[in-house]
Design a protein around this ligand. Structure first.
Ligand code: AMP
Ligand code: ZN
Length: 489
C-alpha cells in the first residue's frame, strides 16, 4: 500500500520496520481549552489511518501525547487565578471526553509532558554532550541549529534562508536566532522542575521526541500531525533525534491538510472556530465523520456548518439501508436457487470490498472508500426494491455486513443505531408480555408477538394496551408484507 511521505513529497510503498507491525505517533493537543474542529479533523484522519492499518492486519501501536505544560496553559491559569496543573487537568479530561464522543479510538499510550521530565532531561544531556546544545547564562538550554548539517531535511528549508522572524524567536540568550529552546528557565509563578541547568520546564519540541523514544523506540514507522506542524515543530523534533541518537525520528511523515473557513485556516487566534464540543452537541458524531472523510486527508477542507445537514441525511441513508437489509434477511425465506438479483447484489458486495481496499491502499483515500460503500448501498436499495418476495437471506446479510464492516473502518457505526429503540420497551415487554431479557430489539419482537396473539384470540383489551404503550414511547407499528415491526413515529 502507498503512503504519502511529506519528507519525500511523494507516495511510497509502506514498509514497516518490523514486518506486520506499525508504530505510530501523532502529536496531541495543548490542553488549555476545548479543541476546535480543525484539530479534530487531524485527529480523525489519523484515527481512520490507524483503523485501516488494523483492518489490513497490522499490529498497530499508537501513541499520542498531551502537552500539559505550555505558555497558553500558564496564561489561562493566571487569568483565572488557578494553577496551570488545574487548567491542564480540566482540558485533558475535556479532550479525552470529546475524542470518545467523536468515536476516536484511545491511543495505546497517552504520555503527558509533565510526567516525562526525566526522559526529556536525559535527551537534553545527550545533546549537550554531543555538542548540539548549550546552556545559556540564564538557565535556558538551546539546540544549536547550525551544529546540525541535516537541519531542514524535513521541511526542505535552507538554514541560510531562515530569517529571524516568523516563528523564530529572537532573544539575547541565544547564540544564534535560529536556535530553539530545549529547556526554559523558570519564571516566577510558573510550573518548574529541578534540572542540572536550574529550575525550569521543557520546550514543546523536546517533549514529543523524548516521549517517542521512551514509549515507541526510535525510529518509528509513522509520525503524524497537521501540515502546520512540519515547520518548526517536526523539523525540530527530527533534528533532536538525529543529533542525539544518530537516526531519523520516523520513516514516514504524514501531514493533514488544514480545515478552513472562508479560505482561512481555522484557528483559535483568528477566532473563526467551532469547538468540537459545540458541533457534537448539535450533530451526530458519525455525520461529522462522514463529512470530513469525504475530503482526502491531505487536501484542505473548506468547512461550512450547513454541509452537516447533508451529512446527517447521508448517515440516515446508510443506516436505513442496513436496517432494511437486516430486516429483509430476518424475514426472508430460506435461500433457494439464487436469482439474477441475488447474484447482482453478491457481485456488488465483492466489488465494493475490492474497490474500498484499492482506494484506501492509495494513501488512505477515504473519499474513494466512502464512494465504494455508497455504490453498494445503491445496489442494495435496488435489490430490496426489485427482488420482491424472492429475497435470499444469506446474500442480503452479506451486503449488510459488508456495508457495516467498511463503515466501521471509517469509525462510523451503522448497526448500533439500528437499535434506536428506547430502553423503556424492555419495561413494557416485561409488564405486558412477561419478557425477562434486557434487549430493546428483542423486547419489541416479544411485544409484537404478544399483540399478534392477543388479536388472534380477539383479546382486544390486551392488544390495545400493548399498542398504547408503544405509542406512548413515540413508536409506531409498521405492518409490512413480512410482518409487523416497530419504528420511530
Ligand atoms: P495544536 O494544539 O495547536 O498543536 O493542534 C493540535 C493538532 O491540530 C496539530 O496536529 C495541528 O496541526 C492540528 N491543527 C491545528 N489547526 C488545524 C486546522 N485548522 N485544520 C487541521 N488541523 C489543524
Ligand atoms: Zn510533536
Amino acid at each position: 500500500m502507498l503512503v504519502y511521505n511529506s519528507q519525500k513529497h511523494r507516495k511510497q510503498e509502506l514498509e514497516p520496520i518490523e514486518p506486520g507491525k506499525i508504530r505510530m505517533y501523532v502529536c496531541g493537543p495543548t490542553v488549555y481549552d476545548q479543541i476546535h474542529i480543525g484539530n479534530a479533523r487531524t485527529f480523525l484522519s489519523f484515527d481512520v489511518i490507524r483503523r485501516y492499518l488494523m483492518y489490513k492486519g497490522f499490529e498497530v501501536t499508537f501513541a499520542q501525547n498531551l502537552t500539559d505544560v505550555d505558555d497558553k496553559i500558564i496564561n489561562r491559569a493566571n487569568e483565572e487565578g488557578r494553577s496551570a496543573a488545574e487548567v491542564a487537568e480540566e482540558y485533558s479530561n475535556a479532550f479525552i471526553e470529546q475524542m470518545h464522543r467523536f468515536g476516536i479510538l484511545d491511543p495505546d499510550i497517552r504520555p503527558r509532558a509533565t510526567r516525562e521530565i526525566e526522559a526529556m532531561q536525559d535527551m537534553i544531556k545527550t545533546l549537550i554532550e554531543h555538542g548540539h546544545a548549550y546552556a545559556a547564562d540564564n538557565g535556558d538550554v538551546y539546540f544549536s541549529v547550525r551544529s546540525d548539517d541535516a537541519y531542514g531535511i524535513l521541511s526542505g528549508r535552507d538554514v541560510d534562508q531562515l530569517r529571524a522572524g516568523e516563528r523564530v524567536e529572537v532573544n539575547d540568550e541565544k547564540r544564534d536566532p535560529l536556535d530553539f529552546a530545549l529547556w526554559k528557565a523558570a519564571k516566577p509563578g510558573e510550573p518548574s522542575w529541578p534540572s542540572p541547568w536550574g529550575d525550569g520546564r521543557p520546550g514543546w519540541h523536546t517533549e514529543c521526541c523524548a516521549m517517542i523514544r521512551r514509549y515507541l523506540g526510535t525510529p518509528i514507522d509513522i509520525h503524524g500531525g497537521g501540515q502546520d506542524l512540519i515547520f518548526p515543530h517536526h523539523e525540530n523534533e527530527t533534528a533532536q533525534c538525529m543529533c542525539a541518537w544518530d537516526h531519523a525520528l520516523a520513516n514516514y511523515w504524514m501531514h493533514t491538510g488544514m480545515l478552513r473557513v472562508n479560505g482561512d485556516k481555522m484557528s483559535k487566534s483568528l477566532g473563526n472556530f467551532f469547538t468540537l464540543k459545540e458541533i457534537l452537541d448539535k450533530y451526530p458524531a458519525d455525520a461529522v465523520r462522514l463529512l470530513m472523510l469525504q475530503t482526502h486527508y491531505r487536501s484542505a477542507l473548506d468547512f461550512q456548518t450547513d454541509q452537516l445537514d447533508g451529512a446527517v441525511g447521508t448517515l440516515e441513508r446508510l443506516r436505513t439501508c442496513v436496517k432494511n437489509l437486516r430486516w429483509a434477511a430476518n424475514n426472508a425465506k430460506e435461500d433457494g436457487n439464487l436469482t439474477e438479483f441475488d447474484r447482482a447484489l453478491s457481485k456488488a458486495a465483492d466489488e465494493a470490498q475490492a474497490e474500498f481496499t484499492r482506494q484506501m491502499d492509495d494513501d488512505f483515500n477515504t473519499a474513494g472508500g466512502l464512494a465504494a460503500i455508497f455504490e453498494l448501498v445503491t445496489a442494495a436499495n435496488k435489490y430490496l426494491a426489485e427482488a420482491g418476495d424472492t429475497i435470499a437471506s444469506s446474500v442480503t446479510l452479506r451486503a449488510a455486513d459488508t456495508i457495516c464492516e467498511l463503515a466501521d473502518v471509517m469509525g462510523v457505526e451503522l448497526d448500533a443505531a439500528e437499535s434506536g429503540l428506547p430502553a423503556e420497551l424492555v419495561d413494557l415487554a416485561r409488564e405486558r408480555a412477561g419478557y425477562e431479557g434486557s434487549d430493546p430489539e428483542e423486547a419489541a419482537e416479544v411485544l409484537l408477538a404478544a399483540r399478534q396473539q392477543a388479536r388472534a384470540a380477539k383479546d382486544w383489551g390486551t392488544a390495545d394496551a400493548i399498542r398504547d404503550g408503544i405509542t406512548a414511547l413515540g413508536l409506531v407499528v409498521e405492518d409490512t408484507p413480512a410482518g409487523a415491526r416497530l419504528s420511530r413515529a
